[in-house]
Design a protein around this ligand. Structure first.
Ligand code: KIV
Ligand code: ZN
Length: 499
């Protein structure tokens, strides 16, 4: 393996092009502009905003972006065809990323063209872009499955045509780090413009392959926020940037403190939620539950963290469960200014363990309400259910009317929903919104006895606008009533924070 990395790496973000190719994801012009503004603040060098030839909407996005004037260069993807390049030019793109398939599979089955025809198309596309005074980046699509001599011939020819950068895509995510490193070393022998790399994650190696390319001297990584992209996605920007920074000591222009916020925006807009264990930006990336780990982290977070969560704009979380140690609980009680004597603390500790053993989620607010109950503090229920009436059937829009006591005032609300439970929850949400905005994060229902009169147990997690979470659990023969009781129990816990 060659180890000759540059001291600085450019970040070419393709969230809004390859990321948008994630199955099921479409991003409107307004949303693309919101994401592009975030990427620009984040400090990416190039934003691939889309594929102008794909639709009038894409062209509109480029024109909007040109009016705003970003610091990052705005790139548009184009096949090596003048029709595509013209659309990008007419949309005011300043940078064009043009590509053509070069592997035997692409030549024979997709393009049905000879090696020579493909090479000529590549050169003509670059000539055409350069004749218009724009920046040209050229990709041999499926480069990692292209014969090396032919790949070098095509890259050499576009270099002659004064291309600004060449990009090496592992289009189907089939290579491995050693091979990628060798490929870039071979390309570097004949190519003197900056070399970029574009890796897909079909074997989960997109980031490793990108880093192997950088080790061999690649100067740019094409990547996406949250690793969005075709099939299993592209190399994740946040993972590449943080590994370069912390493990290689290689600079990028990225302001890493904005990574978490950018990831959240992309997740919201794309509708693709991150798994909790996603590196760098996942909910659990800086979460600790096991007693031994928490004790270490409370003394010095470096014991069990690769770097401080603040470096990526994230937060550390101490999670409560069966593995929780006494230190974690003590630190949370200190945070909430709750003083328990030794006996009360032991009671709380065994309650947390028994809830954890039975697989129950315990949020910070749950801990606080258990601790206050142990102290004998009266539980203040600011919201009480006074009555409920539901109407449902196959020819009726399910409707629920709910009567609540809200801080001593009687309130009614009727709402509709997809079913009676949804209608009742909507009515509660509307009423409760007057004092706290709650969202239902999780809802589970389970029959805990058999038969048509089975008891239904409902478990919910609600979250307020500050991200505080509380659980609620209730059991009843009537599942609508159990659902409402669970929601109200968790909402009352959230309201404790506002007493
Ligand atoms: O994966 C790929 O080959 C691409 C090209 C358009 C660069 O996305
Ligand atoms: Zn791709």
């Amino acid at each position: 393996m060659t180890f000759n990395p540059p001291s600085d790496v450019m970040i070419y973000d393709t969230t809004l092009r390859d990321g948008e190719q994630t199955p099921g994801v479409t991003i409107t012009t307004d949303e693309k502009i919101i994401v592009a503004e975030k990427l620009d603040k984040l400090g990416v060098d190039v934003i691939e905003l889309g594929f102008p030839a794909a639709s009038p909407g894409e062209q509109k996005t480029f024109k909007e972006a040109a009016k705003i004037g970003f610091d990052a260069q705005i790139s548009g993807l184009a096949r090596a065809l003048t029709v595509d390049i013209d659309k990008a030019i007419d949309s005011d793109a300043e940078y064009i990323h043009t590509f053509i398939g070069t592997s035997p599979l692409h030549r024979e089955y997709k393009l049905k063209m000879s090696k020579e025809e493909i090479l000529n198309k590549a050169v003509s596309a670059v000539d055409y872009i350069k004749d218009h005074g724009l920046t040209a980046e050229f990709s041999c699509e499926d480069a990692t499955r292209t014969e090396l001599d032919y790949l070098l011939e095509v890259f050499g020819a576009v270099q002659e045509a004064k291309v600004d950068k060449i990009n090496v895509p592992d289009t189907v995510g089939v290579t491995i780090p050693t091979k990628m490193n060798e490929l870039i070393s071979n390309i570097k022998e004949v190519i003197h413009v900056p070399i970029s790399v574009h890796c897909h994650n079909d074997f989960g190696l997109a980031v490793a392959n990108s880093l192997a390319a950088i080790e061999a001297g690649a100067k740019q990584a094409q990547c996406t926020i949250n690793g969005l992209g075709e099939r299993a996605g592209n190399a994740s920007l946040e993972e590449i940037v943080m590994t370069l920074k912390k493990a290689y000591n290689i600079n990028t222009n990225i302001n890493t403190e904005l990574l978490f916020n950018t990831s959240e925006t992309v997740s919201r807009i794309s509708g693709v939620k991150m798994p909790p264990n996603k590196a760098i930006v996942g909910e659990n990336a800086f979460a600790h539950e096991a007693g031994i780990h928490v004790q270490g982290v409370l003394e010095n977070s470096n014991t069990y963290e690769a770097f401080y969560p603040e470096e990526v704009g994230h937060k550390r979380r101490i999670v409560l469960g069966k593995l929780t140690g006494a230190n974690a609980i003590k630190s949370k009680l200190d945070e909430y200014n709750i003083n328990l004597d030794d006996k009360q603390f032991d009671q709380l500790f065994s309650k947390v363990k028994s809830l954890g053993d039975s697989g129950k989620t315990i949020t910070d607010i749950d801990l606080r309400s258990i601790a206050e109950a142990i102290q004998g503090k009266p539980t203040t229920e600011r919201i009480k259910l006074l009555g409920i009436n539901v109407m449902t059937g196959d020819s009726t829009l399910p409707t629920a009317t709910v009567k609540l006591d809200l801080d001593g005032k009687i309130k009614y609300k009727a709402e509709t929903g997809v079913g009676p439970v949804d209608a009742a929850l909507n009515a509660i949400q509307t009423l409760v919104n007057e004092i706290v905005h709650i969202e239902l994060e999780e809802y589970h229902i389970e029959a805990i006895t058999g038969g048509t009169n089975a008891l239904g147990e409902v478990f919910v997690i609600t979250v307020d606008e500050e991200g505080n979470k509380a659980t609620g659990r209730a059991t009843d023969e009537d599942i609508v009533k159990a659902s409402i009781d669970a929601i109200l129990s968790s909402t009352n816990k959230l309201l404790m924070l506002r007493d």
